[in-house]
Design a protein around this ligand. Structure first.
Ligand code: 9J3
Ligand code: ZN
Length: 262
């Protein structure tokens, strides 16, 4: 790790390293039973196996309405292998609304850093939240409630609350151009626009994508999520090159907005 940034983990990144199906760390996983926790529904923790690189930042990920951790499981090893502890959770009930999912993301972070079997591997000062649909809406709720969070990434997020001026956490909003469940016009775009203009924020609209695109392996989601988490949870400016200047529209990106440099 570089002397000027104690939180840097892993080798210098390239476009191919952030697009790869796995990063440089071998990973392990451990299951957390719903019967052993309160405030959320259990889940699976994915983490770098080695303890030789010190602690890692961590991110908890919530699924959407009616869905289980299996719907976001691909992100576990994908992100953990880049050097994060990743906790994909189940919610108390699959009908829980975004505000509840936000509370559950925070309960899961507290479990991860205070009680879990991997707590010694986690840097409790460098935490983030992600989620799909109502889980994405929940990630905005969690950031609003806990401004110390370093990164939030709602994936095709859904929330009745369209205004998020209270958020102080760097936030990457990911929408899908063909989403008919949480249309970008009614959800992701107003979320992005309502975040403070002074905040480190970005809006990535996936091209040729639906509400359920975040439920299977997706290179565009992965590469920008990795870059955002690295940049803001690890303060790793080696990843700034992938976020700024703002990425151009392409075969997989319908639109990208943001404020650069971060
Ligand atoms: O989590 C989601 O997929 C939310 C989208 C939805 O079905 O909202 C309708 C209540
Ligand atoms: Zn609001």
């Amino acid at each position: 790790q570089a002397a000027d940034n104690p939180y840097e983990r892993g080798p210098a990144p390239s476009n191919s390293s952030i697009e790869a199906s796995r990063g440089s760390y071998a990973t392990s996983q451990t299951s957390v039973s719903s019967l052993s926790v309160r405030g959320f529904g259990g889940g699976t923790i994915y983490y770098p196996t080695s303890t030789s690189d010190g602690t890692f930042g961590a991110v908890v990920i919530s699924p959407g309405f009616t869905a289980y951790q299996s719907s976001i499981a691909w992100l576990g090893p994908r992100l953990a292998s880049q050097g994060f502890v990743v906790f994909t959770i189940d919610t108390n009930t699959t009908a829980d609304q975004p505000a509840s999912r936000g509370d559950q993301l925070l309960a899961a972070l507290d479990y991860l850093t205070e009680d879990s079997s991997v707590r010694s591997r986690v840097d409790s000062s460098r935490l983030g939240v992600m989620g799909h649909s109502m889980g994405g809406g929940g990630s905005l709720e969690a950031a609003k409630d806990r401004p110390s969070l370093k990164a939030a990434i709602p994936l095709t997020g859904w929330n009745l609350d369209k205004t998020w001026p209270e958020v102080q956490t760097p936030t990457l909003i990911v929408g899908a151009d063909g989403d008919t469940v949480a249309s970008v016009a009614s959800h992701s775009e107003p979320f992005y626009n309502s975040l403070p203009s002074s905040l480190d924020k970005a809006y990535l609209e996936l091209r040729g994508a639906t509400h359920f695109t975040p439920n299977t392996s997706n290179t565009t989601i992965a590469k920008y999520s990795i870059s955002w988490l690295k940049r803001f949870i690890d303060n790793d400016t080696r990843y700034e090159q992938f976020l700024c200047p703002i990425p151009s529209a392409s075969l997989t990106i319908a639109e990208y907005r943001g404020n650069c440099p971060h």
